[in-house]
Design a protein around this ligand. Structure first.
Ligand code: FEO
Length: 399
């Protein structure tokens, strides 16, 4: 019925696309949907690697049955218990009552907690192996990439890394399943948006996993979201290495919250001064219009940030407050920060933004520029000076 998609003669892609869900984790916009990837290894024993979100289970089961016919599944490997992957565990167990669920010591209590399953469980630890026949699975713990129980599974004969959320991205697989079957550049940005917002808080655990992966010969990275990677392996490993170290490139994110345009005008003046100094990558965002996940993703890319906010009821504009709270929650490091603010009777926005930068130990460039009422000559000049200072900082890092 289905023309199965193969990673090798006996490894099959059985993932599904979700084009209906608006918000991943009920938070993150999905303008081009999301894929939940799952895989089957068919050998003397059959292993299913992860499942899919419960709303997609019917499509998923059709694919699984299409690959296996009446052959049973011996093992279900759970790399990650978040319900976008483990949501169909109970249904799979109903179809395959003798299936053995494979997880680590942190996975199995979650299996019991979510599904009340207490039998046919196999606990694996770091480096443990399961032989399927000519295929051998080996397990490596990857705590906090993205949950504490997360692990990755390496298949030795075809050198496939089933990586869970790691190296995943938003976006459905629209015909092309492998990275070389599509315009992969779209997924660069969506992989970074996924990483920065979902996993970005856990840079150190990601570094530990990358160290482990250095010892593996990886020909295919089969994540639970987004394209299967076989032609850009070094590139995505490098991207993860940079993001998890908070390494950035030359450029500026200018994000503002403006009610009647005065803060926006200050942001425009500052951005123009930055551009006049030769900085080419400047991304300007109205935080009331662009979802914070896109802004945060670009902050993971670019070294400098300018934040501007009007004062609202003695606090930051609520949409700017939401952005900085998310940045604090993630613990984003190593940025330059320029601060802009405006107010009508009592200014506090610039003070709050400066405190935010100090809390994250970002280097604050010059003094905050804060204007009362409309932008006038003195503060206009200060915005330009701030822009020039930010550009000079960036240019000093060249070479
Ligand atoms: Fe794709 Fe952390 O789940």
């Amino acid at each position: 019925m289905y023309q199965s998609v193969k990673l090798s003669d006996s490894i099959f892609y059985v993932g599904v696309n979700d084009r209906r869900t608006e918000l991943f984790e009920n938070m993150w916009p999905l303008p081009r949907g999301v894929a939940y990837n799952s895989y089957i290894i068919r050998d003397e024993k059959v292993a299913l690697i992860d499942t899919v979100e419960i709303g997609q289970v019917e499509k998923f089961l059709k694919k699984v049955r299409s690959v296996l016919g009446d052959q049973p599944v011996d093992y279900l490997v759970i790399n990650h218990m978040e319900p976008d992957h483990a949501g169909s565990v109970n249904i799979i167990r109903q179809w395959y009552p003798d299936i053995k669920i494979v997880g680590n010591k942190k996975t199995l209590p979650m299996v019991e907690g979510f599904f009340e399953i207490t039998d046919n469980l196999i606990e694996v630890g770091e480096g443990d192996e399961i032989d399927l026949g000519s295929h051998k699975l080996q397990f490596y713990m990857a705590p906090m990439v993205h949950w504490p129980e997360t692990m990755v599974t390496y298949e030795h004969s075809r050198k496939v890394l089933f990586s869970g959320d790691a190296f995943g991205s938003f976006g459905t697989l629209d015909g092309g399943i492998f990275d070389d079957e599509m315009d992969f550049s779209y997924f660069h940005d969506e992989m970074r948006r996924y990483y920065s917002n979902i996993v970005g808080k856990y840079g150190s655990p990601v570094q530990k996993v990358l160290q482990k992966l250095q010892n593996l010969d990886i020909k295919i990275i089969a994540s639970t979201h987004g394209p299967i990677i076989r032609s850009h392996i070094d590139e995505v490993l490098q991207m993860y290495n940079e993001w998890s170290r908070f390494q950035t490139q030359e450029g500026v994110v200018v994000a503002f919250a403006s009610m009647y345009g005065h803060t926006e005008e200050m942001a425009e003046v500052t951005a123009r001064a930055i551009a006049e100094e030769g900085i080419r990558d400047i991304r300007m965002y109205d935080v009331s219009k662009t979802h914070s996940s896109y802004i945060i993703s670009d902050i993971f890319k670019y070294k400098a940030v300018v934040l501007g906010s009007s004062t609202y009821a003695s606090e930051l504009h609520p949409n700017m407050e939401a952005l900085v709270n998310k940045l604090k929650h993630i613990g984003v490091r190593d940025h330059y920060l320029g601060v802009l603010g405006s107010f009508t009777w009592a200014g506090t926005a610039a003070k709050h933004l400066k405190e935010f930068g100090e809390a994250l130990k970002w280097e604050i460039i010059d003094e905050p520029v804060e204007e009362k009422h409309t932008l006038k000559k003195q503060k206009y000049d200060e915005c330009r000076t701030l822009g020039q200072s930010i550009a000079e900082k960036l240019k000093a890092e060249r070479n």
